[in-house]
Design a protein around this ligand. Structure first.
Ligand code: ATP
Length: 308
């Protein structure tokens, strides 16, 4: 256990007189310089967890500590040590994109010189300078989200909580957003990010926590996703479904009617037999197209939740 880790110890949080267990005995340690993704179905308890870390909600039991300080007992300190980008951005009425960022930095007590420098830098890094002086409430949904992200990260605290930062954001700026998070992680910040985008989790984060019904059901490095499970996936589009009667041996086989695709997940020793089967069908002209890939988090997600 290191002093600079964020320690979440047996947190429970209920609503509606205990009828909803939003967080159910969660214990977790988060590390500086890491990007950790928090994933799970709608209502799994992700936002509730973030709100307790920053002191916006108080757990029924358990504690959250950082550098020996209880963030539960010291919500004012929590707000100094933690930055949050909330799921729903505040309406940006009467201010421009630039002013929204500047005002949050002034609230944090940043010097006027730094306010301008940091704002300029984040606008540049996210490639949103061209909208800097546009009225906040006239910005598109994606730009409002980027503004909200910029407000949370322009002068970052040790711990940064982000609730779905890339939703509605275009592909280029999504990438810039993740690059920005990586830059902060390299500087030693701790990034805890809620997202439903599993491809981005695999591509950009170091670790993922899967919540289901308020409990942690998986806590893994994203590097092991492909090795942890059956990693060979063969996807075949067939001219007709007759061939589905005589499939090669596989860990799982699923025919996706809508996409007309057969998806086989194969263990190492099943691969060569499956390839022979595929080659034979290709020779007979029965295959529209095919590809091999490794099992992704996206493919495994349903199974992880169902297994609970
Ligand atoms: N203030 C509240 N009052 C009552 N119930 C609440 C409150 N906040 C959250 N809940 C309930 O707690 C559960 C967890 O909600 P939470 O918002 O943490 O989930 P989530 O994983 O962030 O969901 P989503 O992915 O949809 O944002 C849900 O059943 C939700 O309805």
């Amino acid at each position: 256990m290191k002093a600079n880790n964020l320690i979440i110890d047996s947190i429970s949080k209920t609503y509606k007189k205990g009828k909803i267990r939003a967080n159910d005995n969660i214990s977790l340690e988060l590390y500086p310089s890491e990007i950790t993704a928090l994933i799970g179905h709608n209502g799994a308890g992700k936002t509730t967890l973030l709100n307790q870390i920053i002191g916006n909600a108080k757990p029924d039991s358990g504690d959250i500590t950082y550098k020996g300080i209880s963030l539960v007992k010291n919500s004012k300190v929590a707000r100094e040590l933690v930055s949050i980008m909330p799921q729903f951005h505040a309406p940006l009425e009467g201010v421009t994109l630039r002013q929204s960022i500047e005002s949050i930095l002034r609230i944090k007590g940043v010097s006027e010189k730094q306010v301008h420098l940091c704002t300029k830098q984040v606008l540049k890094d996210l490639d949103i300078e061209q909208w800097a002086d546009q009225a906040g409430n006239k910005l598109s949904g994606g730009l409002q989200r980027l503004t909200s992200f910029a407000m949370a990260v322009a002068y970052p605290s040790d711990i940064i909580l982000l609730d779905e930062p890339t939703n509605d954001v275009d592909p280029i700026r999504r990438k810039l957003t993740w690059q920005y998070m990586r830059k902060l992680a390299k500087e030693g910040h701790m990034i805890f990010v809620v997202t439903h985008n599993l491809l981005e989790v695999e591509q950009y984060t170091d670790r993922y926590i899967l919540l289901n019904k308020g409990r942690i059901i998986r806590d893994d490095s994203t590097a092991v996703i492909s090795n942890d499970y059956v990693s060979n996936v063969m996807i075949v589009s067939l001219h007709d479904t007759d061939e589905l009667h005589d499939l090669p041996e596989a860990e799982t086989s699923e025919y996706k009617e809508d996409e007309m695709q057969l998806v086989l997940t194969l263990s190492e020793n099943q691969v060569s037999n499956a390839v022979n089967w595929l080659m034979e069908l290709i020779r007979q002209g029965k295959v529209l197209n095919y590809k091999f890939t490794s099992a992704t988090l996206d493919m495994q997600y349903g199974g992880m939740i169902d297994g609970e």
